[in-house]
Ligand binder design. Structure first.
Ligand SMILES: [Zn+2]
Ligand SMILES: [Zn+2]
Length: 150
């Protein structure tokens, strides 16, 4: 049983841990509740769960406090994290965010799809760029076929 699953049966313990978490939170201009305490190796804020020596991440704790439970197999996604512009991985500051309004429970699959970084769409080519591209193509074709045909 994970700390999240155990804690789901102990609302009182959740309240205590959540209060402890909030004492170490700084509100950022973008509305994040940045946890300033310990972080996991993955960069997520974490606190002792009160269950053996296990820790629980502060964003999961936030959802436990808000919803009372996290459905089995579900993960908690940071909606404040922008997959287009953010630093990825451990360096992302959003991993410390535990603002319940920024957290959404979703399936692992949906979360993984969100993790894939997509380059921003390229702007359409200008007429000049199109012409240059065309000229380049003609030159390349000449190079490939023009000389061998000659
Ligand atoms: Zn946030
Ligand atoms: Zn981020």
């Amino acid at each position: 049983m994970t700390p999240s699953e155990r804690l789901a049966h102990d609302g009182h313990l959740i309240d205590i841990l959540w209060a402890r978490t909030l004492r170490r939170v700084t509100r950022t201009p973008e509305g994040c509740w940045r946890f300033n305490g310990a972080v996991t190796s993955g960069g997520y804020g974490c606190v002792g769960s009160g269950i053996r020596s296990q820790t629980i991440t502060t964003h999961r704790l936030a959802v436990l406090h808000r919803d009372g439970f996290i459905p089995a197999g579900m993960t908690v996604d940071h909606q404040c994290h922008d997959t287009q512009t953010c630093k990825r991985g451990v360096r992302c500051e959003h991993r410390r965010c535990c603002n319940p309004a920024h957290l959404k429970v979703m399936t692992m699959a949906a979360n993984n799809r969100r993790k894939v970084w997509m380059p921003p769409p390229a702007p359409p080519l200008t007429a000049d760029e199109l012409a240059a591209l065309e000229a380049e193509k003609v030159a390349l074709l000449a190079l490939l076929f023009g000389e061998s045909a000659a």
